[in-house]
Design a protein around this ligand. Sequence first.
Ligand code: ATP
Length: 301
Amino acid sequence: MTRSSTDGSADLEAVTAVLPRIRIGGERRAPAAAAASPSVAAVPREVVFQARGVGVSYGEKRAIAGVDLDIPRNLVTAIIGPSGCGKSTFLRSLNRMNDTVPGFRLDGQVLYHGHDVYGPGVDRVEVRRRIGMVFQKPNPFPKSIYDNVAWAPRNLGLREGLDARVERALRGAALWDEVKDRLKDSALGLSGGQQQRLCIARAIAIEPDVLLLDEPASALDPIATLAIEELMHTLKQRYTIVIVTHNMQQAARVADRTAFFSLDVSGSDRVGTLVEYDTTEMIFTRPADTRTRDYVTGRFG
Ligand SMILES: Nc1ncnc2c1ncn2[C@@H]1O[C@H](COP(=O)(O)OP(=O)(O)OP(=O)(O)O)[C@@H](O)[C@H]1O
């Protein structure tokens, strides 16, 4: 069937034209959405998180409501949507990062491997040990490169084989070759992109199960951004990754699945909701909801 441009298909074609191939490190590489055939991303997999009717409020302000979402293991799941629709709020609810925010309240359930993350007796420190997080702005400690990576293992009493652990984490974050001769130098002397990879090394040094990335490349230049994106393709073999990004091309390049959030506006009330969740390929080429289509084609947001 030929679709007319008035239904947005021309716009979709324009977006998907950027999907097919990108160049990373001199080598032609297909993005996740194209590299993994739709059947790979769509194939049923072990579920790591099940969000069931998740709503979050900060005091009187309802940030998100009614989010139902299953996040599969060893894939990259992207959360996209306009500013203020609750992407970070949802991400942070997965590892209880919002617990200390005054007025924070969560309704519904976040199940992690079937266990209620907010259940009685759950140890928040243990939750964060298993579910690591990297933030938008690289935030290394004012310590040496080595001590940044060794910090969490030391805190957990994992002192045996520490050098090997630090090396493994730095290799895992694709940083080892750049820093192996200056491990005792301050982390603050690294470039922004290196600092962000150091933060990833710091997160994986305690071998978590999940990595939550909140716009990890938005403060970086294009080369450093590509290095982080490249890294995600490798890291997902070992970790389940959930990434919040404003950059739709980035979602298209790195994510296997994409969740599109939007704002439901009623009067002065604006609440974030999950509009659509599917393989990245479907979200960017055949979205089921016109709001998704309008967003991915740049008509709003
Ligand atoms: N600590 C907080 N205290 C009060 N309100 C908050 C807090 N954090 C977020 N909010 C509100 O919750 C709503 C969702 O914010 P959130 O940062 O999760 O959205 P987002 O989609 O990640 O936004 P952006 O893309 O601009 O980063 C917004 O209205 C925001 O003002």
